[in-house]
Design a protein around this ligand. Structure first.
Ligand code: ADP
Ligand code: MG
Length: 338
């Protein structure tokens, strides 16, 4: 038997990358989440060949201090939490300090950043190695360019699907993040074509219209409700507007897009018998709750979370939808100016 030894940092980063970076859409998700956490109000995403050739995310957020740029690429290095208590009330999308080192270990990454004072920094990593770092002048914000994704992990490269499939995974995640942050102006550009642009004016219905089209947005009703633990607010489609899958339901918890079967089911059950069998509504539901009552540290991608008092939440959601749809024939359509 060989002797027990610690793995090199590069190798352990590559292992962690296996969990965090499954495909180009995971890179886009992590970079855009970092841009959101940096307080940006404008985020531009540029792709070539569904990210297989390149992924670039440009933000106007707070930037990274010159002397911290290399630290940001170390594993478990984060500015977002520092104590055990913080872990129980995470208020940012990131906190595990894994994305940058993971991505840099399996791709070519050039990150340019400036905090707006002094000169900016440009740093280049490839396969986990620092290639070089220079001073550069850019306006405040961060610009990350990822190319050659999975160049040193052939199994992952092989597992990737067609450009069309990878692109649809990317648009899906970008749409959900754009729905979560109507105050941020997002743009998504693929091979020179603009796929999405939101204004950042803070109107959720407008973002729904940008993503799903104005005709669909006109058939959405506003809902809201609250109880001691939860506040819910958002838009649901009228029973006449349905889809063949649940993919048009977005559940956003404290600004994070999550996948939760019980909540999707609660949304559907709020329609009672108004939906045809095999048909699903469109919905965007924002849930606000005390971060202490939700554990986001369940999975590296953070899309699965554990919510305490979940039945109280699912009841609130079903009831808010049921009540709104019961009123629907009595009040005029609230949505006119789209
Ligand atoms: P996490 O997001 O979990 O903290 P990351 O590896 O994604 O871990 O990022 C490490 C750190 O680098 C972040 O905590 C943040 O301080 C900094 N950082 C990354 N991306 C950006 C960005 N776009 N703007 C400002 N700071 C960033
Ligand atoms: Mg992050």
């Amino acid at each position: 038997m060989a002797q027990i030894h610690e793995l090199s940092e590069i190798l352990s980063d590559q292992i962690a990358a296996g969990e965090v970076v499954e495909r180009p859409a995971s890179v886009v998700k992590e970079l855009v989440e970092n841009a959101v956490d940096a307080g940006s109000d404008r985020i531009d995403i540029l792709l070539e060949e569904a990210g297989l050739k390149s992924i670039r995310v440009i933000d106007n957020g707070q930037g990274i201090n010159s002397d911290e740029v290399q630290i940001a690429f170390r594993r478990h290095a984060t500015s977002k939490i520092s104590s055990r208590e913080d872990l129980f009330k995470v208020a940012t999308l990131g906190f595990r300090g894994e994305a940058l080192p993971s991505i840099a270990s399996i791709a070519d990454v050039v990150l340019t950043t400036s905090t707006g004072s002094g000169v900016g920094q440009k740093v280049h990593y490839r396969g986990g190695d620092l290639v070089d770092q220079n001073e550069t002048s850019i306006r405040q914000g961060t610009d990350v360019l990822v190319t050659d994704l999975f160049f040193n992990t052939p199994a992952r490269l092989k597992y990737l699907k067609s450009v069309q499939t990878e692109l649809s995974k990317i648009t899906d995640i970008v749409n959900r993040i754009a729905l979560s942050y109507p105050d941020i102006s997002f743009s998504l550009n693929h091979d020179g074509r603009e796929l999405l642009r939101t204004t950042g004016r803070g109107d959720l219905l407008q973002v729904i219209s940008n993503i799903y089209g104005v005709q669909n947005a006109r058939k959405m009703e506003h809902i809201q409700g609250q109880n001691v633990d939860f506040e819910v607010e958002g838009y649901i489609s009228l029973p006449e507007l349905t889809r063949a899958s649940r993919n048009y339901i977005s559940v956003l918890l404290n600004g994070r897009y999550i996948k939760n079967y019980a909540i999707s089911k609660a949304i559907i059950s709020g329609y009672g018998s108004k939906l045809m069998v095999g048909r699903y509504p469109m919905a965007v539901i924002n849930i606000k709750m005390d971060p202490l009552l939700v554990d986001v540290n369940v999975h590296p991608t953070k899309q699965e979370v554990r919510i305490s008092q979940e039945p109280s939440l699912t009841n609130l959601i079903s009831k808010s939808i049921y009540d709104q749809l019961a009123q629907e024939n009595l009040i005029p359509d609230a949505i006119q100016n789209l």
